[in-house]
Design a protein around this ligand. Sequence first.
Ligand code: RIB
Length: 307
Amino acid sequence: MNKAIVVGSINMDIVAFVKDHPKVGETIFGREVKYFPGGKGANQAVSCKRLGCETLMVGRLGDDAFGEQLLAFQRQEGIDVGGVRRLPNTATGSAFITVAESSANSIVVIPGANAQWDESFLDDLPIEAGDIVLTQFEIPDRVIEQTFTKAKACGAMTILNPTPVHPVSPLLRDSTDLLVVNEIELAALSGMAIDAESDENIYAGASTLLQHGFSTIVVTLGEKGVRLFNADRQHRIDARTVQAVDSTAAGDTFIGSLTAGLLSGLDLPEAAKLANIAASISVTRAGAASSIPTLVEVEKLRAAYSR
Ligand code: RIB
């Protein structure tokens, strides 16, 4: 079976659980603080692996205690860490997250080692035809572009999750097979105001991205579900209703599970349904990687869902 290769960020998440997010200039008390393994790249790798596919992580850690803990966590998950390097005199990436009682979060990322890549990472990419290569925007654009250029030359599929969002270069757009965005990223990349409540509006935003040259677009809308678009068709998947406690890494769970589904032979709509279920489970639990379900958990609900 082919593998998932995640080239991306690895962070330690420092999470404050609060009633409501503080306003600018306001000081508030929180309920508790917790440390969780995170980083969009690492979360997506955990999701790929827990959903059953062979997974290689390519990332950068510092030589500090966080780096030690995060590497040990990935090994324990069974992720191939052959592409993870620890950099001397460098801090591991961290994320400062507040999670409100509504389950909504806000995140500040300090990149640390995630911003420090030399060309050696290209030697850590044993990409084969049929593999799926994933990246996000928490590492330098240059690294993402070189990764996708190599992935396409090797016959792999590429999935881009452009978050935290900024414009996508033509080179990256043309080497992206699947673009996965939420409504904020859809608005930023299409230049349109997006209302997640309006299917017409989502369709208009996705059509703009198709006109810009993206080939297939997946829009994740949280409690409004998921929409798939390419030149020939669109597909709607409704969300499961759940009691959400923490939305952190729901998008990462979705993308990793989507990848695992595609690698197992599902078509895009079926893989997206599987990923939608996985993400719906993740929001019922606290933390990033810690909230990601296993294949057994997802399959149990999938069977009930398709009855
Ligand atoms: O997508 C959630 C992730 O974003 C967190 O784990 C945090 O580290 C940031 O990268």
